[in-house]
Ligand binder design. Structure first.
Ligand code: ZN
Length: 355
């Protein structure tokens, strides 16, 4: 059976739910799910409980990851209002600042324009300001990035026309990068009826014609990130299902299938899932690492058998290609033939490039 060697995926947008909602996922189950999907490193978002917005919360999260992670990782800082001091004090310890300009899961929404301006002004880097922004909020973020000359990263671009707005801002000198999710590339609003609450996410799925435009404009995209956002089946089947879907284990087989279909090259896949996430966040790759993928015939993604604690996938039934058989992380086999080969805590924080 042909085996494909790849550098592995660096997933720049992941919610591991620890601390606060470990019944959905924790730093152990989430990083196992990562290795199973060929993800050697992930960046964890700050909308946990407590939110990662100050030194106390950051130290708590870091100690939990140090004890439990089996893949490498980086942590985001968030902001909920109040003192701007944590931004300047902690900027060097995190991969970036995540701001929520529109409502989603969690409690970190920041919509007051004056506060937003003060945050952009205060953020010293070196990591970018990553934003959850939809509709008009994208324009607000682009304007602020230009006004304060800050590096901006637009997470999970909601609509293919937003790629044009981002590109136009880039042409005018804004330092802006962006990402799209696999669910916006491989699922469409037409799937929503079949998926029910399992297709509810923020930003929502777009119609098939717009999905096609995402693919046509993939040249304008810097990186693909899963926005892995697990919720239990019971939560998804409740009267008020929370937005978000898991994705750590499905990005690679979906994209390899797309390569097989001639929708992008293998080189471009590696750029979008490895080189560019590291470049955008200024991070060094884990040394002596890589993955092996067994490439047989295309197959349908299964309903069950995932390592994520939530145990389901919105992509079940979708065509896929390749199965991760081995993950090498910093000189050791971390994952082989469906089994974990390292102890909790083997995962390390990603280092800054050139540091
Ligand atoms: Zn997210």
């Amino acid at each position: 059976m042909p085996v494909l060697s790849l550098p592995g995926i660096v997933d720049a947008h992941v919610h591991l739910r620890e601390p606060g909602a470990t019944h959905k996922e924790d730093a152990y189950s989430g990083t196992i799910s990562a290795l199973a999907g060929g993800v050697i490193a992930l960046l964890d978002m700050p909308n946990t409980t407590p939110p990662t917005v100050d030194g106390v919360a950051l130290r708590l999260k870091r100690s939990l990851f140090e004890a439990k992670a089996v893949s490498d990782y980086g942590l985001f800082l968030g902001y909920v209002g109040g003192s701007l001091e944590p931004l300047t004090q902690l900027a060097g310890e995190v991969v970036g600042l995540k701001l929520y300009l529109d409502a989603t899961y969690g409690d970190l929404v920041l919509s007051d324009p004056r506060t937003l301006a003060r945050v952009f002004e205060a953020w010293p880097g070196p990591g970018p300001i990553a934003v959850h922004a939809e509709g008009r909020s994208i324009g607000t973020a682009l304007d602020l990035a230009r006004r304060y000359d800050r590096r901006l990263h637009v997470c999970h671009v909601p609509h293919p026309d937003d790629l044009l707005r981002i590109d136009a801002a880039r042409q005018r000198g804004a330092r802006v990068t962006c990402e799209v999710t696999p669910h916006h590339l491989f699922l469409a609003a037409e799937d929503a009826a079949r998926l029910g609450a399992y297709g509810v996410m923020k930003p929502p799925l777009v119609p098939q014609a717009e999905v096609q435009r995402f693919w046509e404009r993939l040249d304008l995209v810097d990186l693909i990130a899963s926005d892995h956002a697990p919720h239990t089946r019971a939560e998804k089947e409740s009267a008020a299902p929370p937005p978000g879907v898991p994705g750590l284990e499905t990005t690679l087989p979906l994209l390899l299938w797309a390569v097989d279909q001639g929708r992008l090259s293998l080189e471009r896949l590696i750029e979008l899932t490895y080189h560019n996430p590291l470049r955008v966040y200024g991070l060094a790759p884990p040394p002596d690492s890589g993955i092996e993928v067994s490439m047989a015939e295309p197959y349908r993604l299964p309903e069950t058998g995932y390592r994520t604690r939530c145990g389901w996938s919105p992509f079940a039934g979708h065509s896929a290609l390749g199965r991760v058989t081995r993950v090498r992380l910093r000189g050791r086999t971390a994952w082989e033939e469906g089994a974990l080969r390292v102890a909790p805590g083997y995962g390390q924080p990603l280092e800054r490039a050139g540091g």
